[in-house]
Design a protein around this ligand. Structure first.
Ligand code: PMP
Length: 415
């Protein structure tokens, strides 16, 4: 296991890290697996699997309620994940981290607890054309209830947000802006710090969907200057059903609970319930304790490699893969932003995305085909679906070469 933090200058050797991921040794349809579906969910290193296993073997108990040793161990392990998340995003306090089941729960929490009580008819929530449904539908639901509406900042054909158009849409009716840090379809890295300076000038809070950024970029919420930051554990090499919402403490203080139940109260009587302070106010019921223990191990693992190194290596791999795919005849790419994470969406003339993905699976290649939970973006490009290859630091140039060779083979079958 690679627990010693690497220095920035040391050459990045993906093969060294691959050894930490048992699933990557699998064969699929008799071929070595090429896992290029990391934007959907990432594989888990042995240290994460061990942490979850160890928790159930040695420390399993519920959090917060028990004073016995196991209860204390479970609570400490669960709360350690909060500390690690606070460090991971550079929060100014651990109390700014709400543990959620993922980004979807985090955006819904902000929609129902922050936005809903503030919205009135004619108000707006500003999003962009490239958002995932998890950063569209929760806002629509609260808009429907209140008579507010969505305002949408456009993008260019290259898949870059038109920042001037975003800024032009900031006005007193906008009660919240919600923008993805990295597009799950295009890979575009949005200029969050610039957007946050603009929203701040207008006194509008900015929520950032960090699902696709957290596994690939160093995240510093204080430097970004945003107000809410949502992330997902399962894309970050941690267990499914884990994630977090970071929010400025004063915003969390101003928000009523979203779910009610145990764990989120100071006292309950039939006449009046007094809620716990944030972040526990937003964590009703028994959480995914083992999952968060695993997420803590995943954060340690990622930090031990170093996010600057991951980011630099993935950029090189992206450039290599992009150049290799350019040579495939009839291939159309979606997303050509100057600042991109390692996601490549594409179509090949005359071949349906699902047919290609199915044939690629026969070659041992896992890529996603479909609308990627981004119907409005698909509509913008006038296509029903794309194929998406999304890379991680454990992917290699050799896999890219075999992937391109597989595309060339299956393309002939569809011609
Ligand atoms: N936003 C983006 C950009 C995503 O890619 C995803 C996952 N595909 C989500 C939100 C939803 O995250 P979760 O899986 O945590 O619900």
């Amino acid at each position: 296991m690679n627990v010693i933090k690497q220095t920035a200058t040391e050459a990045f050797d993906p093969l060294r890290y691959r050894e930490d991921f048992p699933l990557l040794t699998r064969r699929v349809h008799g071929k070595p697996l090429i896992y290029f579906d990391n934007a959907n969910t990432a594989q888990k290193p042995q240290s994460v699997i061990d942490a979850v296993d160890r928790f159930y073997r040695e420390s399993n108990a519920n959090v917060s309620r028990a004073v016995h040793t196991l209860g204390e161990e479970a609570t400490a392990a669960y709360e350690a994940a909060r500390d690690k998340l606070a460090g991971f995003v550079n929060a100014s306090s651990r109390d700014e981290i709400v543990l959620t089941s993922g980004t979807t729960q985090a955006t819904n929490l902000v929609a129902y607890s922050y936005a809903l009580p503030r919205l009135k008819p004619g108000d707006e929530i500003l999003v962009t054309t490239m958002e995932h449904h998890a950063n569209i539908v929760p806002w629509q639901l609260v808009c429907e209830r209140t008579g507010a509406k969505l305002s949408v900042a456009p993008i260019t054909q290259r898949g870059e947000l038109i920042v001037d158009e975003f800024i032009a849409r900031l006005n007193p009716r906008v009660k919240l802006a919600a923008v993805t840090h990295v597009s799950n379809v295009l890979g575009t890295i949005n200029p969050i710090a610039e957007l946050a300076r603009a929203t701040r000038k207008h006194g509008i809070p900015l929520l950032v969907d960090g699902s696709q950024a957290a596994p690939h970029l160093p995240i510093d919420v204080q430097a970004l200057g945003c107000d809410f930051y949502a992330l997902t554990g399962h894309k970050l090499f941690g267990p499914t059903g884990t994630g977090a919402l970071w929010a400025r403490h004063e915003l969390l203080e101003s928000m009523p609970p979203f779910f009610g139940g145990g764990e989120m109260i100071k006292s309950v009587s039939f006449e009046k319930t007094v809620f716990a302070d944030p972040p526990h106010r937003f964590e009703a019921g028994t959480p995914n304790i083992a999952g968060f223990v695993g997420l803590g191990a995943a954060l340690d693992y990622v930090q031990s490699i170093g996010r600057d190194r991951i980011c630099a290596y993935e950029r090189e791999l992206l450039d290599y893969a992009t150049a290799a795919l350019e040579l495939v005849p009839g291939l159309r790419r979606f997303g050509e932003a100057a600042h991109k994470a390692a996601v490549i969406s594409f179509l090949i003339d005359g071949a349906h995305a699902h047919d290609l993905a199915t044939l690629l699976d026969q070659e041992g290649v896992a890529v996603r085909s479909g609308h990627h939970c981004a119907h409005p973006l698909m509509r913008f490009y006038g296509v029903p679906a794309t194929l998406r290859a999304s890379l991680a630091f454990y992917n290699t140039r050799d896999e890219v070469d075999r992937f391109v060779a597989a595309i060339t083979r299956v393309r002939k079958l569809l011609a």
